[in-house]
Write a protein that binds this ligand. Structure first.
Ligand code: PHE
Ligand code: ZN
Length: 869
């Protein structure tokens, strides 16, 4: 009987800031073709026996380095015999194998899943056991190199109590099952596809399954399963439909077929991220699986569809071709986000999807790129890789792939991706490999384009129209701001879609063309116009840049009404709103009437394309208005935005009322048309509420109570939550009583209150943090309160610093329990440079207070210290 090894502690390595550099990459010295894992499962004690067949991969006689985090080794066996030539270095196990070129290493570890509050490694959620291994969680289960360029075939045997864990799942195929002593049973799973350790997964619990099947393009019958807790089964149908659509779409658009007989998804309540693409066994946050019209909004439904697709698409972009090291993270994430965006566009309205994607990019990625945590999509260094699952790596990464697709065109892009998948199948690849495949497949030189992987910061294009006789030109000056560690930048290759229109009725136009910018200063001929043409630039948002072009409000209004590209129409109206708001905030003359006129004109399309109209009519959010200013004034922004909202609400009262007077589509109707109408009704209600009309709380309450689904119900509740009517309290109470037992819906109850534009929101959030239903153990709950609050600009930046203190208190309380989620709350405090001196001091003081905490995690240490720089 081998002596087990005991876990030393449940927390991660202490915070000694060690910086890892991309340039230091070395190939692994050992490979591990096969791994056999044996789990004796228990909530408070799980015993893991790992057998690794290791093979020397480098000529130098290096010892075998197996990473460990919170594990202890009591005994090591080599080829079946006890081996003494090993030592612990930090948490790692170093085994000296002398001159052996191959060996079978066996190590036992004991872990306590119930004590794993980080939700990384093997942990308990409700009464089930599950794993999360990306990026470096496998080393919390057993000793292993735990780097993505070590790929192995896994055989996994699980034994557990049959009553507690009737369902035992792992990657690949289930090859055998049986009964054991004392009410136990076991299952053996084998995954034929070599994979890195971060894709390992296991689930054990009392689960029910929604079963379906899918026939792949070559005729393989795949069994699909979505596993949830009893009672949740009815809410898995949308996810299942999304999965089947994704499988078909990847065949049709990328020629990629699924490669196992089984595809399982499990939903867990406690999860740090959205979902995880483990081979053949995706593990999801419940919020991206469970949806029905009574409990989920249309946006939630879209979230489910997009994330199910995202994880499924990883089977090729991530699993079959994986990453060589974590600096290459955008190789799988940027590409996969681009793939899921394209899929969702194809499933619904491409224009609306593009607007949503760009709005997210501007809300989450642009600020990151302009702040102390800015990094290239392929970072050069990190201290804690968990901190680099960012909007930059994901969303800007997707924009970079999209630009290549634009430069190549659909057909050549497909040639490039075919080449990439075929050439690197089964390998751990790099971003450079991807670009090379694009170059070869697309027959294009991407030498300069590679700077998108190297340089951080959002490029700014200053545009000016120039005239020589009847010939018009666009002069472009490209600048890229300095970012941490990158003082000077070289010009990027930028695909810019543009068109020009004559507004004088002459009909002259420059039809859409693609200009490829390469120089810091460049002149682009537009053609002949009798008068200054209206410029439509960055159509479809062809590049993730900021456009600086002075256009009169009349020109923007004309484009908002006439541009033939819906995204450009949306942009023109947004720019008009933005110009007006920025002028108002800076005390300059604004052109409110032009905005009201343009919104009114846009509303004429309300019947034909309600989804687009709803997006276009929304005012830019407060943070985005702040981004246009040298110093953000949160109070003035709130005041002026509300004033403009009120003016639009009042001037177009009849139009908004007409939208609400038409009967709402049935909540069970998921068509894009019905979704669009619901969205527009929400926007109409918000405008009416902002206009302060007396009957609006009553109207909102009626919509709230009569709603047959969550989209309308939540929209009405959110509107009421901004005000101080009796209806507000009443609706919040009703909502709470009705949904207190549904965690995902209760999250919304916290969220709408944290979003509120009321003056007492900081106090409300502080109170909600003490609510019996608030808990630090569930990341969704934490995000629903504090994530929403940090996005509420005027509240979070309350001048006395109470909002900052609240968030810092959370970080300090959460860090010992869940450092990954705690670290993700820090970036809002890092934006201090953008605010006035008083706020700057208060924000920095909170970051310093966080850093002064003893025993701070590596995650939080990195984010807080970089935020101060
Ligand atoms: N790889 C996951 C995705 O993008 C995200 C994730 C990262 C999940 C790390 C868990 C931990 O689909
Ligand atoms: Zn992903």
């Amino acid at each position: 009987m081998p002596r087990p090894a005991f876990m030393t502690d449940a927390s991660s390595a202490p915070a000694i800031p060690v910086t890892i550099h991309r340039g230091d990459y070395r190939r692994p010295e050992w490979q591990i073709p096969d791994i056999a894992l044996d789990f004796a499962l228990g909530i408070t004690m799980t015993r893991v026996t790992a057998a690794l067949s290791v093979v020397r991969a480098a000529p130098a006689p290096a010892p075998l380095l197996l990473r460990g985090d919170g594990l202890a080794a009591a005994e090591v066996r080599v080829d079946g015999a006890v081996w003494n030539d090993w030592r612990m270095e930090g948490g790692d196990l170093v085994i000296d194998l002398g001159h052996r070129d191959a060996a079978r290493i066996e190590v036992d570890t004991l872990i306590d899943p119930s004590a794993n509050t980080q939700l990384s490694g093997l942990y308990a959620s409700n009464d089930m056991l599950c794993t999360q291994c990306e990026a470096e969680g496998f080393r919390r289960i057993t000793f292993h190199p735990d780097r993505p360029d070590v790929l192995s075939r896994y055989r996994v045997r699980m034994t557990g109590d049959k009553a507690a864990f009737p369902v035992l799942l792992s990657n690949g195929n289930r090859v055998a099952t049986g009964e054991g002593a004392g009410g136990t049973h076991w299952a053996l799973w084998e995954d034929p596809w070599p994979k890195p350790s971060y894709l390992f997964a296991l689930v054990a619990g009392d689960l029910v399954v929604n079963r379906d099947r899918f026939t792949t393009m070559s005729g393989r019958e795949v069994e699909l399963g979505i596993w949830v807790r009893e009672g949740d089964l009815e809410r898995t149908h949308h996810a299942m439909a999304a999965l089947k659509h994704s499988m078909r779409w990847d065949e049709e658009v990328y020629g990629r077929e699924y490669d196992l007989d089984l595809f399982n998804i499990v939903a867990v309540s406690d999860f740090n991220m959205g979902a995880m693409e483990n081979k053949g066994l995706n593990i999801f946050n419940t919020r991206y699986i469970l949806a029905d019209p009574d409990t989920a909004t249309d946006a939630d439904f879209d979230g489910v569809e997009g994330v199910v697709a995202h994880e499924y698409f990883h089977n090729w972009s991530g699993n079959r071709v994986t990453c060589r090291d974590w600096f290459q993270l955008s190789l799988k994430e940027g590409f996969t986000v681009y793939r899921d965006q394209s899929f969702s566009a194809a499933m619904g309205s491409p224009a609306v999807k593009r607007i949503e994607d760009v709005r997210l990019l501007r809300a989450a990625q642009f600020p990151e790129d302009a702040g102390p945590l800015a990094h290239p999509i392929r970072p050069d260094s990190y201290q804690e890789i968990s901190n680099f699952y960012t909007a930059t790596v994901y969303n800007k990464g997707a924009e970079v792939i999209r630009m290549m697709a634009t430069l190549l065109g659909a057909e050549r892009f497909r040639k490039g991706t075919d080449l990439y998948f075929d050439r690197h199948d089964g390998e751990a690849a790099t971003c450079e490999d991807f670009v090379c495949a694009m170059e070869e497949g697309g027959d294009i030189d991407l030498g300069q384009f590679r700077r998108w992987y190297e340089q951080a910061g959002t490029p700014k294009l200053h545009l000016a129209l120039a005239q020589e006789g009847r010939d018009w030109f666009m002069d472009v000056t490209q600048t890229i701001p300095a970012t941490p560690g990158q003082e000077t930048k070289a010009p990027m290759m930028i695909p810019l879609r543009l068109a020009a229109f004559a507004m004088d009725g002459s009909g002259a136009l420059l039809p859409e063309r693609l200009a490829t910018l390469t120089d810091a200063v460049q002149r682009i001929p537009l053609g002949q116009f009798a008068a200054r043409p209206a410029l439509s630039v960055n159509r479809g948002f062809s590049a993730p840049v900021i456009i600086d072009l002075e256009r009169a409000s009349g020109e923007l209004a004309w484009l908002a009404a006439h541009d033939d590209d819906p995204f450009a129409r949306y942009e023109a109206l947004q720019q008009l709103m933005l110009d007006t708001l920025v002028a108002a905030v800076s005390g300059k003359a604004d052109d409110r009437e032009a905005v009201i006129g343009a919104v009114g004109q846009t509303l004429e399309g309300a019947v034909n394309d309600p989804a687009f109209v709803a997006e276009a009519a929304l005012l830019p959010n407060e943070a985005f208005i702040g981004d246009q200013m040298v110093t953000v004034d949160p109070d003035a922004i709130r005041r002026e935005r509300l004033a403009l909202q009120m003016a639009i609400g009042t001037a177009l009262e009849n139009e908004w009322r007409a939208i609400l007077a038409r009967s709402a589509p049935a909540a069970t109707d998921p068509s894009p048309e019905a979704k669009g109408r619901r969205r527009l009704r929400g926007v109409a209600l918000a405008y009416l509420a902002a206009s302060g009309l007396e009957d609006v709380p009553g109207l909102a309450f009626a919509i709230f109570s009569q709603a047959d689904g969550m989209t309308e119900r939540q929209a009405a509740l959110a509107t009421l939550a901004h005000g101080d009517s009796d209806e507000r309290t009443h609706a919040l109470d009703i909502f709470y009583q009705r949904y207190r037992d549904n965690p995902l819906v209760l999250d919304k109850w916290f969220q709408v209150q944290a979003w509120s534009q009321r003056a007492d929101t900081v106090a409300t959030v502080a109170e909600l943090a003490q609510h019996p239903d608030f808990t630090l153990t569930n990341p969704n709950r934490v995000r629903s309160l504090y994530g929403a609050f940090a996005g509420n600009q005027a509240a979070f930046h309350q001048a006395d610093g109470a909002g900052y203190r609240l968030l810092a208190d959370l970080v300090i309380a959460l860090d010992p329990r869940n450092p990954q989620t705690a670290a993700r709350m820090i970036p809002p405090l890092g934006r201090w440079r953008r605010f006035d001196e008083g706020r700057q001091l208060l924000m920095k003081a909170e970051l310093e207070r966080i850093l002064a905490q003893p025993g701070l995690s590596r995650d939080v240490t990195e984010q807080a210290s970089k935020s101060l720089m």
